[in-house]
Ligand binder design. Structure first.
Ligand code: ATP
Length: 284
């Protein structure tokens, strides 16, 4: 779904601006494994996935390990090409006419990601300040005092202190490093953030603080989220709607149904087990 934006005489032709920040249309993905001395094997991972996320919307993506959630996330980020169908950021395809992933600068800025593995997703040689400053230099062209002030502000936003900017990753706990990754994702003022199990390593108090911050960004700036998680409580607390990934297929999932045991019994196998496992801890 697209809408034309207004233009002034003599300006460039209008860009087609989408109502959706992120969109997957009929996305399929198959990996090829093996080769050399092993027989090659085709592994179908995604089967015709449709998903569209509007500005300010938070969509929960629940599913068993290995169901294809991260693969979909990488395709939506413009890091990987789908084998079939298309992925769109800001209404524009992430791939060129030859099917190669080519997100432009605006698209790369618009969608940021926070992975579960905070330690593996930061460069150990950089300071926390450098890690957060990188997208600010690239996308916001900040430097000098303005850059240091914005880095300090982001550190405070995620519950760390400005002095932490000078420290290296080895000085932080896993949860603190995760907060640095979140600050880095927020830095370029994205339109959508993919949170891939991003809050799992945080204690409940820090989780609440980060959720509060993300919720404020959603309300004030219309930031959207794709919230990939196994934690149904977080989905219930934070998401507008949720979908499940079952062996590479997406289905809508009404989180309110978790309050009804008969609805849980009717869930597909994988999800029924997940819901039952979560249930004792669910505040329903
Ligand atoms: N680059 C790759 N090459 C081959 N197979 C891959 C590749 N990436 C993912 N897969 C396979 O695709 C399937 C889906 O993986 P994916 O990481 O998307 O699942 P997931 O739902 O995110 O799991 P988790 O919750 O454990 O992160 C798995 O069987 C995985 O082994």
């Amino acid at each position: 779904m697209t809408t034309e934006t207004a233009t002034t005489p003599g300006s460039l032709p209008p860009k087609r601006e989408s109502a959706f920040v992120l969109e997957a249309k009929g996305v399929t993905k198959t990996y090829t494994r093996g080769g050399f001395f092993k027989r090659t094997e085709e592994v179908p991972v995604l089967h015709g996935v449709d998903l569209a996320i509007r500005a300010g919307e938070c969509v929960g993506l629940i599913g068993r390990s290995g169901s294809g959630k991260s693969t979909l996330g990488r395709i939506l980020l413009g890091l990987e090409a789908p084998c079939g169908g298309d992925a769109y950021i800001l209404g524009r395809r992430t791939t060129d006419e030859k099917g190669r992933v080519r997100p432009d600068r605006e698209q790369r800025r618009a969608v940021q990601v926070v992975f579960q593995d905070a330690v593996g997703s930061v460069n150990p040689r950089l300071t926390a300040g450098d890690i957060i400053a990188e997208p600010l230099r690239n996308f916001e062209r900040l430097s000098g005092d303005a850059l240091s002030e914005r880095v300090a502000e982001l550190l405070v936003h995620v519950g760390l202190c400005p002095e932490d900017a000078a420290k290296h990753p080895a000085c932080f706990s896993g949860g603190q490093l995760q907060r640095i990754s979140i600050a880095r994702a927020l830095a370029p003022r994205p339109r959508c953030i993919i949170l891939d199990e991003a809050l799992s390593s945080l204690d409940m108090l820090v989780q609440a603080r980060i959720l509060d911050l993300l919720d404020r960004l959603r309300r004030e700036d219309g930031v959207a989220y794709l919230f990939v998680t196994h934690d149904l409580r977080l989905v219930k607390l934070f998401c507008d709607r949720s979908v499940t990934m079952e062996r590479g297929r997406l289905e809508p999932f009404a989180i309110e149904d978790l309050a009804r045991r008969e609805a849980i019994r009717a869930l597909p196998g994988d999800l029924r087990e997940l819901a039952s496992a979560m249930l004792p801890a669910m505040p329903i």
